[in-house]
Write a protein that binds this ligand. Structure first.
Ligand SMILES: Nc1ncnc2c1ncn2[C@@H]1O[C@H](COP(=O)(O)OP(=O)(O)OP(=O)(O)O)[C@@H](O)[C@H]1O
Ligand SMILES: Nc1nc2c(c(=O)[nH]1)N=C(CO)CN2
Ligand SMILES: [Mg+2]
Length: 209
């Protein structure tokens, strides 16, 4: 997504959530420095996977398991948002792509990544410890940021893991995007998650316009 278009939305999110842009920028630089030709995937690999394809974006709402019964995963290229990866791996489904800020069940993400999933690792001001911990255990990485993009750290648009999956799919030319495992009205979440889901709903609505 063009950063000029994203920046005002990003500033509103920072204000609303109380996050720091400097923190996000620092994380993007740390992530950038950790990436090299042997642990990274090329953007062209992601594009080949997504362009012209029917994409299934899996969010991690409790309805995910139920929603998965209603589709044939084999009909889609699958993008898993963070914790949704574990739900898929437990069903012996390896997502084609994982989009994560590494605060879900990362052990399952490492298993899927070893089995071939490209992993879009998002750096932000509150996960620098996770970047340091887990990036050395991953391969086929694409770097991601919600702040200004760098050469090897992309901003596809979106904020929470789930809406970032959808923005990635749109940016790289998906033919269609089907969402499963999204419940923006989930009451069994803490207040911070509730706010994140409010932004997720708004960003996904914006994507559909
Ligand atoms: N009811 C829901 N509960 C949790 N996630 C949801 C829900 N509905 C949609 N999602 C999407 O699924 C994504 C992955 O969920 P998960 O619980 O793994 O998020 P998370 O990584 O803990 O959250 P975050 O990193 O966004 O704080 C979320 O980022 C969100 O966009
Ligand atoms: N600074 C900051 N940025 C985020 C955070 C977070 O907790 N802190 N959580 C996100 C959810 O995926 C996405 N972006
Ligand atoms: Mg996460």
């Amino acid at each position: 997504m063009d950063f000029n278009e994203w920046e005002p939305i990003y500033e509103s999110i920072l204000n609303d959530m109380g996050f720091s842009r400097e923190g996000d920028e620092q994380a993007a630089h740390i992530l950038s420095d950790m990436l090299n030709s042997s642990n990274s995937a090329d953007l062209s690999e992601l594009k080949i996977l997504i362009e012209g394809k029917d994409i299934l974006v899996c969010g991690n709402a409790p309805v995910l398991a139920q929603d998965l019964e209603l589709v044939n995963p084999k009909d889609f290229v699958i993008i898993a948002a963070d914790g949704a990866t574990a739900v898929l791996v437990d069903r012996e489904i390896i997502p084609d792509i994982i989009v994560t800020d590494l605060d879900g069940d990362v052990e399952k993400e490492i298993i899927a990544n070893k089995a071939g999933s490209i992993i879009v690792v998002h750096g932000h001001g509150d996960n620098i410890d996770k970047l340091n911990n887990f990036v050395p255990q991953l391969n086929r990485i694409i770097g991601s940021t919600q702040a200004s993009p760098l050469d090897n750290v992309f901003n596809f648009g979106g904020f929470s893991d789930g809406d970032r999956c959808a923005y990635l799919a749109k940016e790289l030319g998906a033919a269609s995007i089907t969402l499963v495992g999204f419940d923006f009205d989930d009451e069994n979440v803490d207040p911070i998650k509730k706010k994140k889901l409010k932004w997720a709903r708004l960003l996904i609505e914006k994507l559909n316009k």
